[in-house]
Design a protein around this ligand. Structure first.
Ligand code: SAM
Length: 223
């Protein structure tokens, strides 16, 4: 469940492993601003679908009172994140986890590896680039992982009231061309799944390039 780069790589090999996502570089500052406002001031945050690992390093650098735990089910993504972690060696960046929201007991695996419940889950740009069960599994696991008042933060493109921004319409088509099970999700459908697992919609925040931050809170009465 935990990855560590097991051997040193030469610089050119390292650069191939350590990926750079232009969109992560573009959206990290707006995301930091929103996360600073919406996450608890301190505590443990579990990031699902960390991708390259650049967000994990950037958030850990800029939110020093938060312990950031990255995860991703993709081996190449984890290799990249491992090397970003090794490059920056931040005290508040936890070991990388291998978690997929479609795994039956990802929540139990996460809690066992972390040794404590996180105060928040962050999932950036995942639910549209994965089949719908990835979103359902995210909330099902979040129900187990987060206690009352826990925050589930999503970011990405969304449809609202059946309307998609033109740029998201083109993106939706592109996603469906890659995989017919992918696609920009309707915020209403996500809220229905969230409610079924004990999460209330706290707020939506418009973000650059027709993206949206969506903040859910675990309802009172949660375990
Ligand atoms: C477009 S990338 C986003 C990466 C990063 N969050 C970002 O914004 O740069 C989508 C990521 O979701 C991961 N992913 C796909 N299905 C997943 C699932 N069911 N659970 C967790 N992560 C998943 C992929 O491995 C990939 O790294």
């Amino acid at each position: 469940m935990i990855d560590n780069p097991s051997r040193a790589l030469s610089d050119d090999k390292l650069e191939k492993v350590r990926r750079v996502s232009p969109s992560a570089v573009r959206n990290r500052d707006p995301l930091l601003k929103v996360l600073r406002a919406e996450l608890p001031p301190s505590g443990l945050v579990l990031e699902m679908a960390s991708g390259t690992g650049e967000h994990a390093v950037f958030m850990a650098q800029n939110l020093p009172d938060i312990e950031w735990a990255p995860s991703d089910p993709d081996q190449g993504a984890r290799a990249s994140t491992s090397h970003w972690i090794a490059k920056h060696n931040l005290p508040n960046l936890r070991s990388l986890l291998d978690l997929a929201t479609t795994d039956a007991d990802w929540a139990g695996a996460a809690l066992a590896a972390l040794g404590q419940a996180p105060q928040a889950l962050v999932c950036i740009n995942m639910i549209h680039i994965a089949p719908w069960p990835a979103c359902e599994g995210l909330f099902a696991g979040a129900e187990e992982v987060l206690g009352e008042g826990g925050i589930l933060f999503l970011y990405g493109p969304f449809a609202e009231g059946g309307v998609l921004a033109p740029s998201n319409e083109a993106f939706d088509q592109w996603l469906k061309d890659q995989d017919s099970n992918w696609g920009v999700r309707a915020i209403e459908d996500v809220c229905t799944v969230a409610a079924g697992h004990g999460f209330d919609l706290l707020k939506t925040i418009p973000m650059p390039a027709n993206n949206t931050s969506v903040v859910f809170i675990r309802e009172a009465g949660a375990q």
